[in-house]
Design a protein. Structure first.
Length: 148
């Protein structure tokens, strides 16, 4: 795990193993997935970003160019993760792309109120799912300009 983490530029926070596999397979077409770290719950995401627990005393978060975040996560939900990211001066400029199955107005409004850069509802059909990931990945990874 240590060698992989040192090269992380993109963070995927997704607890559904099927969705995670599809997302990673689609992103592999546009990035080196060695630079993509998958975390399966909100607690691990915050520990990674804030260098706690097994990520303590490491400065990996400074390499993060984009975060793909599900909302319905175990331990700490995605909205809370988003809130913590955007409240932190060192992390708030990292683009956070919410990619979730929730179409609830409350989730959409809250995500944007908390500072989400994009909110995308996961398509149910496989080809649409893959095409959507490639499209949003291309935009946020290859086209969008960020500051560090």
């Amino acid at each position: 795990m240590e060698n992989t983490i040192k090269n992380v530029e993109y963070l995927l926070v997704e607890d559904n193993p099927n969705d995670a596999e599809l997302i990673m397979r689609a992103l592999k077409k546009i990035i080196n997935t060695d630079n993509l770290l998958l975390l399966e719950d909100g607690e691990d995401a915050l520990n990674f970003l804030f260098e706690k627990e097994e990520f303590e005393d490491k400065e990996y978060n400074k390499l993060i160019k984009a975060i793909f975040l599900d909302l319905k996560l175990p331990k700490i939900n995605g909205l809370e993760v988003l809130k913590e990211i955007k409240a932190n001066q060192n992390l708030q400029k990292i683009p956070v792309i919410v990619f979730t199955s929730s179409k609830e107005d409350f989730d959409i409004k809250t995500a944007y109120d908390l500072g989400a850069n994009s909110y995308v509802v996961k398509p149910m059909e496989y080809n649409s799912f893959s095409e959507t990931i490639i499209s949003i990945g291309n935009y946020w990874i290859n086209l969008n300009e960020t500051t560090h």
